[in-house]
Design a protein around this ligand. Structure first.
Ligand code: SF4
Ligand code: SF4
Length: 67
């Protein structure tokens, strides 16, 4: 499973974009978006996100109102 951005929490600060060693995160409409094909699950982005907006957990996605 790749990293996943919880868009409701993302402030678009781009810290995760700069931190990702794979260039797997792009800004889409001022929010971060992970390309799962490129993500190697290193969790660097999770470390730098001050919003707690990045998760690997399916249940957290559901709790906040996604799929
Ligand atoms: S570091 Fe967090 S708040 Fe900043 S752009 Fe990435 S996901 Fe959004
Ligand atoms: S887990 Fe690592 S490779 Fe995947 S998006 Fe975050 S920083 Fe990039």
């Amino acid at each position: 499973m790749s990293a996943y951005i919880l868009e409701k929490l993302c402030l678009g600060c781009q810290r995760c974009v700069r931190a990702c060693p794979q260039d797997a995160i792009q800004m889409v409409a001022h929010m971060a978006n992970v390309n799962p094909e490129q993500c190697i699950e290193c969790e660097e982005c999770v470390e730098v996100c001050m919003q707690g907006a990045i998760t690997f957990r399916e249940d957290e996605r559901r709790d906040i109102g996604y799929g």
